[in-house]
Design a protein around this ligand. Structure first.
Ligand code: HEC
Length: 136
């Protein structure tokens, strides 16, 4: 009887340890899981890939916005962070339906791009939003 209890507790402990392992960002071999996740999301979500394409291409956004450093415009990750915190929509902002939340003093420079983004389809604006919000 005692032996069975002992075996059960060892088993329970093993399950707990496995669960903890899952929460961490590494797999059983110690490789980071995060990178893999990003790759699958990108492949699985055509809108996200489209957003990146527009951001770097037709939208010309990449000229002023880099992932994690401020150039002419704020870093994408800083914009995404603020939009997440405030539950705001980038798609609406670039359709001239919102207030600048990140750097209102430079708003005029950004506003000039609304000519491009307002001429886009709503889906393209959503794709741009998805791409920017995916950067952290
Ligand atoms: C000529 C440079 C320039 C280009 C090109 C540019 N931006 Fe910006 N952007 C800025 C500047 C400067 C700011 C900071 C002012 C502001 O926060 O409104 C900004 C801010 C933003 C913000 C945050 C707005 C807020 O709430 O304050 C978003 C979102 C954004 N840009 C998206 C885009 C997208 C999408 C594109 C491409 C379609 C783009 N930007 C192209 C310069 C640029």
């Amino acid at each position: 009887m005692k032996l069975i209890l002992k075996m059960l507790s060892v088993f329970a402990l093993a399950i707990m340890l496995t669960n903890c392992g899952e929460k961490k960002e590494t797999d059983a071999y110690g490789n980071p899981v995060e990178e893999k996740k990003e790759a699958t999301t990108e492949a699985a979500d055509p809108l996200l890939a489209k957003g990146q394409e527009l951001f770097e291409g037709k939208g010309t956004c990449a000229t002023c916005h880099k992932a994690d450093v401020k150039v002419v415009g704020p870093a994408i990750k800083d914009i995404a962070k603020i939009y997440k915190e405030k539950g705001a929509s980038i798609a609406s902002f670039i359709n001239d339906e919102g207030e600048p939340l990140v750097d209102p003093s430079q708003y005029e420079i950004m506003k000039a791009n609304f000519v491009i983004t307002k001429a886009m389809s709503a889906e393209d604006r959503k794709a741009l939003e998805m791409y920017m919000m995916s950067i952290e």
